[in-house]
Unconditional design. Structure first.
Length: 618
């Protein structure tokens, strides 16, 4: 019989970050719940002073997995983490361990962990994290680790649930206990209230027996309860939720037909604020007459629970947060749109590089020592694949150059940048502006990754930057097949694959006879569309033929998130020196979605580009 495994991690004292004693309590109580639900449970915290490390996690979790696989299979694995976290846009999440500052690999690279779990034959993977998703320059060197070794087994497509306390760029909060009570983490209390049966709003049908908490009802519970609970402590929290279990949606059941009764409220909220009454945040509406609670509509697509309606108060809070998000996006979209409309005003047909924004002090070519200081429109030869633009403050901005397209670099007053490509610099692509606006605002999220990626990648052949963004969104939900589809479509369209997409394909990158970067894309089987957006777009689920020896565009990652992937991507032996050279650059990356370095990193990045270009020319 298949077994379930629960891994509970609490890091309360990471290097150089504020202590979070509530993380230990959260990890312990989540582990207690898991044991009561018959999970094989592993708990790892820094309680007692022992640091939480990758080596310790690997040893304990691997032992538990091996113990189960000796006689059974694993039907579900749940990873719970309480502690500090960070995010590199678009959606590269990291959970920081005890010694994350002194060793950039001492954090959990969440996307990489999801990927490696695909090789363990697990049916369902659930990630629950009470951690921030902060975007900050302090975390630029974090590379993270996948924790587990990759077994020599075929990968499979598991079902995936995600319950994160924080959307991209947002924070999670711990509340300090008073009068000798323990500290507690707000998100963990909300989740525990649902999983232990304390909140009627978490049941998919309170009239059904046994009472059930499912993937979808848990997400609905968190969506409504978390903003309200956070507001009682004068903070704002916005979760990132992706409930996608469909074969076995059950997390807990109570009260009747042999199920466990809910524990006493005092056991769940030992320090919880008594003024919170979550039962008032939802009201009952009529359930579908033909089923106890369906997670899919008539056409087979996932839907949110319809049996409950959020209270007017909570709906108003959620609407307000949505308006704030849209206002932020609109601000960036308006600004970027105005900038884009100035591009190509003096466009000569032969120009293929356009730069808009702050003062330019230098333009460094990878294939020549010729300087192009101050130019805004350039005509570069077909052999030129990238340049480095230096602004008036000495910061360097990487700009890839793609065959038959025009590359545009937008430089902002805050030091950030955006990159896009277009067949015609005079045309304003409103979709590209919208995507860049969301990215610059930090509001591209894995909560809607499948649908968003399907839309984003539509223009990937005329703007390969979209292909990169789509690949990172797919990576956030562990969808390697669609990353490979993106790469395969480039190959079948006789275009090179952007380096970021190639790095995320989980296939070895190697060099050709002239030193150029190549990657082999395997055959991809057809799959079922998961959303309506995917159903409308056959390219998200069609079968694809294998594509060998596909050229790779770029000698460094186009986006900042790619540098952490480059640290452990499968590379041929001839490229290990290149990997080592890029390591020195990571510490100089700026807090920007696209690759940019501070003044002290310009020479290092220039050296990497020119060494790789020299290898290709040779």
């Amino acid at each position: 019989m298949a077994k379930k495994l629960f891994v509970s991690i609490g890091v309360s004292q990471p290097q150089d970050l504020r202590p979070l004693p509530g993380a230990i309590s959260a990890a312990k109580r989540m582990a207690d719940w898991a044991r009561a639900q018959d999970y094989r449970t592993v708990i790892i915290t820094d309680d007692g002073g022992a640091p939480v490390s990758i080596a310790r996690l690997r040893e304990d979790v691997t032992a538990a997995i091996d113990e189960i696989l000796e006689n059974d299979s694993i039907s579900r694995i749940v990873w719970f983490f309480a502690g500090h976290g960070c995010l590199i846009p678009p959606e590269q999440r990291f959970w920081l361990l005890s010694e994350w500052r002194s060793d950039p690999s001492e954090s959990i690279n969440v996307n990489r962990l999801k990927r490696v779990l695909r090789y363990y034959g697990i049916d369902q993977i659930s990630m629950i994290a009470d951690a921030c998703a902060e975007i900050h320059n302090n975390f630029k060197e974090v590379t993270g680790h996948q924790v587990l070794k990759q077994p020599d087994e075929a990968d499979r497509e598991p079902e995936y649930d995600q319950f994160f306390a924080s959307a991209a760029g947002e924070k999670a909060f711990m509340v300090k206990g008073e009068n000798g009570t323990d500290n507690f983490c707000i998100f963990s209390e909300i989740v525990l209230a649902a999983l232990t049966g304390q909140d009627v709003g978490a049941f998919d049908d309170p009239n059904d027996r046994p009472l059930k908490v499912t993937s979808q009802s848990l997400a609905a519970h968190i969506k409504g309860a978390l903003p309200l609970a956070a507001s009682t402590h004068s903070v704002k929290m916005e979760p990132s939720l992706l409930p996608a279990f469909y074969t076995d949606r059950l997390y807990a059941q109570f009260d009747g037909r042999g199920s466990r009764p809910p524990p006493a409220v005092d056991d769940i909220f030992p320090v919880g604020p008594p003024e919170l009454d979550f039962s008032q945040r939802m009201t009952r509406i009529e359930a579908p007459s033909d089923s106890d609670f369906m997670s899919e509509d008539a056409e087979g697509f996932a839907v949110e629970p319809s049996i409950w309606r959020l209270s007017d108060e909570v709906e108003a809070r959620i609407d307000e947060a949505e308006r704030e998000r849209n206002d932020i996006i609109d601000h960036f979209v308006e600004d970027i749109g105005a900038r884009v409309r100035t591009i190509g005003a003096g466009d000569a047909p032969e120009s293929n590089v356009f730069i808009q924004g702050s003062e330019i002090s230098d333009i460094i070519r990878s294939t020549s020592k010729e300087r192009l200081a101050g130019a805004r429109e350039l005509q570069l030869p077909g052999t030129e694949t990238e340049i480095l633009v230096v602004n008036g403050h000495g910061c360097g901005y990487y700009l890839p150059v793609f065959p038959k397209l025009k590359s545009v670099l937008l430089l902002y007053e805050n030091g950030n940048s955006s990159v896009y490509m277009t067949p015609n610099a005079r045309l304003v692509d409103l979709n590209a502006v919208e995507i860049l606006g969301r990215l610059e605002a930090g509001l591209l999220s894995s909560a809607d990754s499948a649908s968003m990626a399907a839309v984003v990648r539509e223009g990937k052949h005329s703007d390969p930057v979209r292909g990169c963004i789509a690949a990172y969104l797919y990576d956030a939900i562990g969808d390697v097949r669609n990353i490979r589809r993106v790469a395969s479509y480039y190959a079948h369209n006789s275009q090179p694959v952007p380096l970021d997409v190639a790095l995320l394909c989980d296939e070895q990158i190697y060099t050709g006879e002239h030193g150029e970067l190549l990657v082999d894309i395997p055959e991809i089987e057809a799959s079922k569309p998961r959303t309506r957006d995917e159903a409308k777009r056959g390219f998200t689920h069609n079968a694809m033929a294998a594509a060998p020896r596909v050229p790779v565009a770029g000698n460094v990652p186009w986006m900042a998130a790619g540098w952490s992937r480059l640290a452990d991507a499968p590379l041929s032996e001839t490229l290990e020196s290149w990997r080592e050279q890029t390591t020195a650059v990571r510490g100089h990356l700026r807090d920007s979605p696209f690759t940019a370095v501070d003044p002290s990193g310009v020479a290092l990045l220039t050296g990497v580009l020119r060494r790789r270009s020299g290898m290709v020319r040779a």
